[in-house]
Design a protein around this ligand. Structure first.
Ligand SMILES: *Cc1c(COP(=O)(O)O)cnc(C)c1O
Length: 309
């Protein structure tokens, strides 16, 4: 049997409200292919191999966890990789971007497109398919989200997770939430914490699962995708100090904030056991910190041995 990846968090707010919070450390699955992205890629890699593809082609933004995960998975499994990247202006600034530089070092080739073209390619599957109509190219959608990804994510949950009343995860495209909704037991409620302001997220998730055992919480997006506040950074640094767990600024920190606020407000009843999925994304901290530094804003600490600056 694999050792448990579940870790019980000790925070005063949990104790005072009589709630248990258990973190599933999916961030520790692989050093580069972070958390849910490894789960989402598993069956896509298998399908690419079966199709005898030589190249994985996918889409992502400048700091995308999925771009780096795909570059690393391709290198590890003997595929070439191409990333279609949102933002033409990034073309000459790869060196300034830790995510893209790492992906490039792993052998990924980039095609930079402006936002309009990116939108078209990620919304219109036919156009995207035309782009990679050649043999041997296996296309993975933005965020790695498709039915094969949902199947992989459903493997996250294990026997020991049956004790949880609530299972929580962050939501980007919604495929991860759908996979967890598929795998949850009937007595469990699945809560997805939106990382972006998008009222249509529920329908996005419903594209991937027929289950109705999930709910999306929209109150903790912090103004939108990849946006962050000094308050959230302060909380992240305090969680690191107390629990020695590092969260990522785009997804898991917002989920954590939402869970703890829900506990405080009584939205999560006393006596509950919460299982929260740490979906990874830690590679994004470096890029976020360099943007925060330019704004003279407080930085995310990455080591708990250091004193607060
Ligand atoms: C991509 C990502 C998510 C969101 O997953 P979706 O399946 O797109 O909803 C959550 N957390 C992390 C760390 C991610 O990289």
């Amino acid at each position: 049997m694999q050792p448990s990846r579940n870790q019980k968090l000790q925070l005063p707010i949990l104790q005072s409200h009589g709630v248990q919070l258990i973190l599933k450390r999916e961030d520790q699955l692989h050093p580069l292919i972070s958390g849910n992205k490894l789960r989402k890629l598993k069956y896509n890699l298998e399908a690419a191999r079966l199709k005898k593809a030589h190249t994985l082609l996918t889409f992502g933004g400048a700091y995308s966890n999925h771009i780096l995960a795909t570059a690393a998975a391709a290198a590890e499994h003997g595929f070439k990789s191409t990333g279609i990247i949102r933002g033409e202006e990034l073309k000459n600034r790869i060196d300034e971007n830790p995510t893209l530089s790492k992906a490039q070092a792993l052998g990924m080739k980039f095609i930079f497109v402006d936002r309009e073209r990116y939108r078209m390619l990620t919304r219109d599957e036919k156009k995207a398919r035309a782009l990679c109509a050649q043999d041997g190219i296996f296309m993975i959608p933005e965020g790695g989200s498709n039915a094969l990804a949902v199947k992989g994510v459903a493997e996250m949950l294990e026997e020991e997770d049956l004790s949880a009343d609530f299972i929580c995860c962050p939501v980007g495209t919604g495929a991860t939430l759908a996979g967890i909704a598929e795998a949850a037991a009937p007595h469990q409620k699945v809560l997805g914490y939106a990382a972006l302001d998008h009222k249509g997220l529920h329908e996005e998730v419903a594209r991937f699962t027929k289950n109705t055992n999930f709910e999306i919480v929209h109150d903790y997006t912090f103004g939108g995708y990849a946006k962050i506040s000094p308050r959230l950074v302060e909380q992240m640094n305090s969680w690191l100090k107390r629990t020695e767990v590092l969260f990522d600024p785009v997804y898991t920190a917002k989920m954590m904030y939402g869970i703890l606020d829900g506990v405080k407000r009584g939205a999560i009843p006393k006596g509950s056991v919460i299982l929260a999925i740490h979906t990874g994304g830690l590679q994004g901290i470096e890029g976020m910190n360099s943007r925060l530094e330019k704004k003279n804003a407080p930085l995310i600490q990455i080591s708990c041995s250091k004193k607060a600056s």
